[in-house]
Design a protein around this ligand. Structure first.
Ligand code: IFM
Length: 443
């Protein structure tokens, strides 16, 4: 029987299951600033931002949204939205300035204040341990391609969970390992900005290994918190039925989605991609895959768009709507992705949509920001999520990206993803129409 569902623009929180988590997300380097305060050490992003030509507007996260100093007012803003969860990341270089050895108490104090501040406001803390800000000293000894980094990550995870413990609702080990490996070591667009496929695949394995080593530490230190990982995923579709396009899409799917999903959920790397990349595949030691495939309490999915592939490359179909990032707006891809995960991975853990959102060219006019495209983006993606729930996919929560405009990596401050507008010179926060809409939706 087909269920009648409300149109996207009439969707409300009550159209989702009772207890469904609705939240909003950020990450440390993108919002905190204060990069050399209270004992924080340098990260690969501090170094990368200082290299000429790496960041489009020549900026860095040195000040960002000054959240390190404004966190209390920012938590009030989150509370005013009416969300029941907030996803933030911990900056490893604040906790361990050298990436190893003694813990910097002041760094952990900050995240403890944040955690307790959320709980005091009735908001669940969801922590991501690694959202790309590797301590520079660990890059100096090889970064993620060096297996030692995975060991160091597990120690760091234990230190964070040892302090924050079960006050945190969920710990994600990694955010989007595709970005911190392929985009960073092969495509060269993110720190450390290398172009070497062998190193990229070794980094991907190192990241997954770090995840596998960290999981038991999280379970030891915070037995009641959920432990999982966050992947950026999206359907990779052929531009036509031509066999070359179908093959290109299959390989793109393998490199983007399956290279991370399969070791985590099946304990093996996808054979077709392994063969295609044979000259560059990583060293996998005995026991690695068993660690990596340990059961997860949740799989975090970040969904933004799909890929459309032909033998000559990827692109957006002519005339398709896009965001300011040039990413196609394709809500059905979220439904398709979730159904595919459910079909392909028996025993799939519950899913959290840990990021979903869009950049548009926002303007502050007379104290207001009208962003109807973002409102529509959120509505249509929530409707797409609702369709996946109707089809039986076990999704437990949704986090909009992002709380506020912030440092969008290689794009600097040019791209605005926030539901809250940030006027950077004054650090004034202004709720955009999308923020008003989300608050209304959640009411
Ligand atoms: O801003 C990023 C975030 O850090 C990771 N996921 C994608 C977002 C938009 O590009």
């Amino acid at each position: 029987m087909t269920q009648t569902r409300p149109a996207p623009d009439t969707l409300r929180r009550s159209d989702f299951p009772a207890g469904f988590t609705f939240g909003i997300a950020t990450s440390a380097y993108q919002i905190e600033g204060a990069t050399s305060e209270d004992g924080r050490g340098p990260s690969i992003w501090d170094t990368f931002c200082r290299e000429p030509g790496r960041i489009r507007d020549g900026s860095s996260g040195d000040v960002a949204c000054d959240h390190y100093h404004r966190w209390e007012a920012d938590l009030d803003l989150i509370a005013a939205l009416g969300v029941n969860a907030y996803r933030f990341s911990v900056a490893w270089p604040r906790v361990q300035p050298d990436g190893r050895g003694p813990v910097n108490a002041a760094g952990l104090d900050f995240y403890e204040r944040l955690t307790d501040g959320l709980l005091a406001r009735g908001i669940e803390p969801h922590v991501t341990l690694y959202h790309w800000d590797l301590p520079q000293p660990l890059q100096d000894t090889g970064g993620w391609p060096n297996r030692d980094t995975a060991e160091r990550f597990a120690e760091y995870a234990a230190a964070v969970a040892g302090r924050l413990g079960d006050r945190v609702r969920s710990y994600a080990t990694l955010n989007e390992p595709w970005c911190s490996s392929i985009l960073s070591y092969e495509i060269g667009e993110h720190a450390p900005g290398l172009r070497d496929r062998r190193l990229a695949l070794a980094a991907a394995h190192g990241l997954l290994l770090g995840h596998g080593l960290a999981l038991p530490e999280l379970r030891r230190q915070a037995p009641r918190a959920a432990a999982g990982i966050v992947l950026n995923l999206g359907p990779q579709m052929p531009a036509s039925d031509r066999p070359e396009d179908v093959a290109a899409a299959r390989l793109a799917d393998g490199r983007f989605n399956r290279w991370f999903l399969e070791p985590l959920l099946r304990g093996e790397y996808p054979r077709d991609v392994w063969e295609a990349c044979r000259a560059d595949v990583p060293e996998v030691r005995e026991g690695d895959l068993a660690l990596i495939a340990a059961p997860l309490d949740f799989l975090g999915v970040n969904y933004y768009s799909r890929g459309v592939l032909s033998a000559s490359g990827g692109g957006v179909p002519a005339g398709a709507p896009v965001t300011a990032m040039g990413w196609e707006i394709y809500p059905q891809g979220l439904t398709d992705l979730l159904l595919r995960l459910q079909a392909d991975y028996p025993g799939l853990p519950p899913i959290l949509i840990t990021e979903n959102g869009a950049a548009f060219t926002d303007r502050l006019e007379e104290g207001q920001v009208h962003d109807p495209e973002r409102v529509r983006y959120l509505q249509t993606h929530l409707a797409a999520l609702r369709r996946a729930l109707d089809a039986g996919v076990d999704v437990r929560g949704y986090f909009a990206w992002s709380l506020m405009d912030n440092f969008e990596w290689a794009y600097g401050y040019e791209k605005r993803f926030g539901l809250v507008y940030v006027d950077y010179p004054t650090q004034t926060r202004v709720l955009k129409d999308s923020g008003h809409w989300y608050r209304q939706f959640l009411r």
